[in-house]
Design a protein around this ligand. Sequence first.
Ligand code: NAD
Length: 249
Amino acid sequence: MSDFEGLTALVTGGASGIGRATADLLAERGATVAVLDLDPSTVAEPLTGHRADVTDDASVRAAVAAAVDGLGGLDVLVNNAGIGAQGTVETNSDEEWHRVFDVNVLGMVRTARACLPHLRASGHAAIVNTCSIAATVGLPQRALYSATKGAVYSLTLAMAADHVREGIRVNCVTPGTVDTPWIGRLLDAADDPAAERAALEARQPTGRLVPAAEVAGAIAHLASPLSGATTGTALTVDGGMQGLRLRPE
Ligand code: NAD
């Protein structure tokens, strides 16, 4: 497939997990791809890496300028960098709320702001934000994280409305539990990582965690010019977790 032939893309948080799988897939499908990450040291050709912290506006603007310069324009932004947080409204401090919103929400705002002038010149531009089913499902011990993803969901719809007449589509993916280094870190912190992994798999109707490559597939679908009529939508990639109710076996 080469639906991205001749197109350029920037993936934030593209050094690991969902972002890396997306950068690799877009490149396989013909795009020229740059990655923006806190630590782009593992990013190798054909990808190019740019170091930036999405909480720092100046660093985002400098990295976007360098990336767009190298790419020769910008058609696709995958706004994906994000961090997790556990806790309730009683256990997370104000500082934690500010820090996680700064990365997960303002990080996407800053990156989009820096990219929009370039996307306007594209003619078939797309932004895909990485949201989460945490935006629409009540998960225990995830108040802060879920609130940031709820904001990403609303931001996606509002941005889609703001930019549709400029030829820029804005959508999001809402993944469930995805097999990335992030989940690996959570499992490593558990008393019994193997049992914890088995429990996570058991709550998936598909019986397995979502491979990062399958979230990348959904992101590529939304970013592709073949999805030219799709804007202001969320595509769920959760192994059936949200929609299916299986009978006990
Ligand atoms: P990951 O930890 O494997 O990768 C995240 C990447 O983002 C890393 O390369 C990291 O360096 C980068 N990053 C973090 N903070 C940054 C910052 N301030 N500036 C620039 N880069 C930064 O995580 P992942 O599982 O691939 O998650 C990616 C996205 O997917 C996140 O937005 C997350 O909320 C979302 N998500 C993940 C899951 C899951 O189960 N893994 C589920 C739903 C949504």
